[in-house]
Design a protein around this ligand. Structure first.
Ligand code: PHE
Length: 344
């Protein structure tokens, strides 16, 4: 073997060592491309060695050619394995980092709170009957919350044990009924309003009580309004919210601002009236208070009770939402638990 051929083979070995060493430092697509140009490109030592092969003595060419082919195969294999390790063809480019087959990132768009949903449904029903939506303040005075609604001065619900007072005269409204007074002082009959809103009572927290809760008040004042109108309207409401098979009943009750007064029950949404745990074996569930507007309330707002008649009702939004969706603990509404809220 000639000196030239020995030099040729030594160069092949050195090149292999150099390429392998450089390969260990290749960490991204750009470096890989530099490596490819350096060791496999047209101007690489490999290219130069290929050309110089013909200048070797004829007897040395087969061995030199074989070594050169092996080197080329090794370098290509090295290149391919680097490519695989670094990812797809265009490893390192922005395009390579994007995998179009992955599902997209869903931006959290949120859902309506179950209480908001229920309130919208209640509103939609009464709006379809021509009721307007009104609002009242959450901090009320005794006149609107109690006095004008015909509560006697010593009525127990005026007690600080039931009621959250801001000072001697102002309190967090205990129901949405004070809005009846505000609406009647501002408008003349005939009128039809519903008033949704937050109410507050100094109740201890348990599965069915919370110091903050929501009601929807209803008030209709016109000539010749009867208890039958009230009952028909609430029956249609119950069927709209809970389904056409829902039955409804009035249970005699007392409210200072209505006479006669009733508590409104629907047939149990769970057992249909048979009696179960949800309805405590009674077959009925209370959803609202209601009655005919008391003549004293009309007098307090300057309406002539001989000329006008009206009905009023107040329903608990939490209660209706719990029955509608089968929620067994009122606290779930206020905990901001995503697992709970995402279901609506
Ligand atoms: N305000 C009453 C309550 O909170 C409900 C009600 C409203 C009753 C309107 C009759 C008429 O219990």
């Amino acid at each position: 073997m000639t000196e030239d051929a020995k030099k040729f083979l030594a160069e092949v070995t050195a090149l292999k060592t150099a390429a392998e060493k450089a390969a260990t430092a290749v960490s991204d697509g750009k470096a890989l491309e530099r490596w490819r140009i350096e060791f496999l490109g047209r101007k690489s030592p490999l290219g130069r060695l290929s050309k110089s092969l013909t200048s070797l003595a004829e007897g040395d060419r087969p061995a030199a050619g074989k070594a050169l082919n092996e080197l080329r195969a090794d370098l290509k294999a090295e290149y391919e394995s680097l490519q695989k390790r670094l990812g797809p063809k265009k490893a390192g480019t922005d395009e390579a980092r994007l995998d179009y087959t992955l599902p997209g990132v869903q931006p959290p768009i949120g859902t309506l709170h179950p209480l908001t949903k229920t309130y919208y449904e209640i509103t939609a029903f009464f709006a379809s009957l021509g009721f307007n939506v009104a609002h009242g303040p959450e901090v009320e005075d005794e006149f609107h919350n109690f006095g004008a609604l015909n509560f006697p001065p010593d009525h127990p619900s005026r007690d600080a044990q039931d009621t959250l007072y801001v000072n001697d005269e102002w309190l967090l409204r205990t129901h949405t009924s004070p809005a009846q007074i505000r609406v009647m002082l501002e408008q003349r009959p005939p009128l039809r309003v519903i008033v949704p809103g937050r109410c507050f009572r100094a109740d201890a927290v348990d599965a069915s009580h919370y110091p903050v809760f929501h009601q929807v008040e209803g008030l209709l004042v016109d000539e010749n309004v009867s208890l039958g109108d009230l009952k028909g309207t609430l029956t249609a409401f119950a069927e709209y919210i809970f389904g056409p098979d829902t039955k409804m009943r009035f249970r005699p009750h007392f409210f200072p601002f209505t006479e006669p007064s009733a508590e409104v029950d629907i047939s149990c949404v769970v057992c249909g009236g048979e009696g179960c745990r949800t309805c405590g074996g009674k077959g009925w569930l209370e959803i609202a208070g209601a009655g005919m507007v008391h003549p004293n309330v009309f007098r307090n707002v300057g309406y002539d009770p001989e000329q006008w008649a009206g009905y009023a009702f107040g329903m608990g939004v939490e209660r209706i939402a719990m029955l509608k969706y089968g929620i067994d603990d009122i606290r779930l509404f206020y905990e901001n638990d995503f697992a709970f809220l995402k279901q609506f």
